[in-house]
Design a binder for this molecule. Structure first.
Ligand code: URP
Ligand code: ZN
Ligand code: ZN
Length: 458
């Protein structure tokens, strides 16, 4: 063995137990009550929880978007992720119009491969779905990319998909068992409202959420869920923000439609009051922040296991980049950093406040994600044969989140002043510490692209 993690409390999707973990060649080789060391490196996890490394299914590193490029590259972004206990990110490779999907993946791999400090995989973010691209899908699945995101909005940004495209790819996903991720917002209404507000001289960040009221997401979610229903496809609604979209997914789920819901920490923790602050533009994301009622509905969705995964939608823009929309809210680059806070927020606000159990924490941060995205049991598990991707969380470590103690390149955090209790202290990627006692000890380029299998239904 190369490493033994001793004396900790191991948490999986089903168990919480005292056990030691033996690791060799990057894999878990033993999990039992006591493993006696004979010269191996030992990490003592007494008083701490050991969880499968977090899989963040939703990041945008180095993303060219809305006249800016998200400011964390794959090195900075994966270092920040690792500080948050993340051992795998799934990033979106955005298809330049006219490019094939495989060209798109190669483009993204050129950026990511030399820089990542933890493992990663890719989704294709589709901007140009044609018959040729539909025919290319089997090759992409064989390559190990088994999820495709389509945007129901972002017409001006050249990223929108039409209803027929959503329907066709959902149809294809039924037989081939891949996942269709959808950004659900009604473009016609939001574009109309944006133009109306601009004409009235209403240009501040407050009008960002007003141009995208709850029903803009709710209607689009219902529409695409209906497409999933008639096609039998595998639908995954990304960054769900409203109680309306959640309710639509919940009733479809109970009728047997294959629809999976993701939310993000910002939709659990923050409200649209943030847009009234002088720095309101920092909070411009799509869909926008909502109300306390929506926060609570999403927490309840986690408690009741309707929400299956939590991703960060880490799409970080600096304050200078956000200033592009100082005088016109439609020009604010949309996105906030967040990969580093998934685990501390879900532990502190979720487990700490008894909204979710430790097992549910593991389900939404790694186990369910691994299953849906074809990574299980290689990842998302603490069992013999799995990758030794682990996070050691100190339940008594208190921290006040602030720009200074987070590791993204961004010069603000939307969580400034939030007090958390329960922080990841050590992150192990394939048997090697990347973060050790809150110090970065990893190496650029040491992470790897991970080819994925097809969807395992939950
Ligand atoms: O505001 C957001 N969510 N920015 C990133 C792009 C996306 O739609 O996920
Ligand atoms: Zn989106
Ligand atoms: Zn996103």
């Amino acid at each position: 063995m190369d490493l033994i993690v001793k004396n900790g409390t191991v948490v999986t999707s089903t168990d919480v137990l005292r056990a030691d973990i033996g690791i060799a060649n990057g894999k878990i080789v033993d999990v039992k009550k006591k493993i006696t060391a004979s010269g191996e490196t030992v990490i003592d996890a007494r008083g701490k929880y050991i969880l499968p490394g977090v899989i963040d299914p939703h990041t945008h590193m180095e993303l060219p978007f809305m006249a800016a490029t998200s400011a964390d590259d794959f090195e900075a972004g994966t270092i920040a992720a690792a500080f948050g206990g993340v051992t795998t990110i799934l990033d979106f490779a955005i298809q330049p119009k006219g490019n094939t999907f495989l060209e798109t993946i190669e483009l993204w791999r050129k950026k990511a491969d030399p820089k990542v400090v933890i493992d990663y995989s890719l989704h294709v973010a589709v901007t140009d779905l044609t018959d040729e691209r539909l025919a290319e899908i089997p090759k992409v699945l064989k390559y190990g990319v088994t999820s495709f995101k389509l945007f129901m909005t972002y017409r001006k940004e050249g990223m929108i998909s039409e209803d027929w495209q959503l329907l066709e790819i959902l149809r294809a996903s039924r037989d081939r068992k891949f996942l269709v991720q959808v950004h659900a917002e009604n473009p016609s209404i939001e574009e109309h409202l944006k133009q109306k507000y601009l004409k009235e001289g209403k240009t501040s960040a407050e009008y960002h959420p007003r141009s995208k009221p709850n029903f803009v997401e709710g209607e689009a979610a219902r529409r695409v869920i209906y497409f999933a229903d008639v096609s039998g496809g595998n639908l995954y609604i990304v960054h769900t923000s409203t109680r309306e979209a959640l309710a639509a997914a919940e009733s479809a789920m109970s009728a047997g439609t294959k629809v999976y819901v993701e939310t993000c920490p910002q939709y659990l923790m923050l409200t649209d009051e943030k847009y009234h602050q002088p720095n309101g533009r920092f909070f411009a994301i799509s869909p926008p922040l909502r109300s306390k009622k929506d926060n609570e509905a999403l927490w309840s969705g986690l408690t009741r296991e309707i929400v299956k995964t939590v991703g960060s939608d880490h799409c970080p823009f600096t304050s200078a980049q956000k200033d592009l929309g100082k005088d016109d809210f439609t020009k604010i680059p949309n996105g906030v950093p967040g990969t580093e806070v998934i685990l501390p927020i879900l532990y502190s606000e979720g487990v700490g406040k008894k909204r979710i159990t430790l097992n549910q924490l593991v389900k939404v941060t790694s186990f369910n994600t691994a299953k849906l995205f074809g990574l299980y049991p290689r990842k998302g598990a603490i069992s013999k044969g799995s990758d030794a991707d682990l996070v050691i969380l100190d339940p008594n470590f208190k921290m006040e989140l602030s720009q200074e103690n987070l590791h993204t390149k961004i010069d603000y955090t939307v969580y400034e002043g939030l007090k958390v209790r329960g922080v990841p202290v050590t992150t192990i990627s394939k048997g090697k510490p990347v973060i050790l006692e809150r110090q970065f000890v990893g190496e650029r380029g040491k992470g790897q692209f991970v080819p994925r299998d097809l969807v395992t239904a939950l």
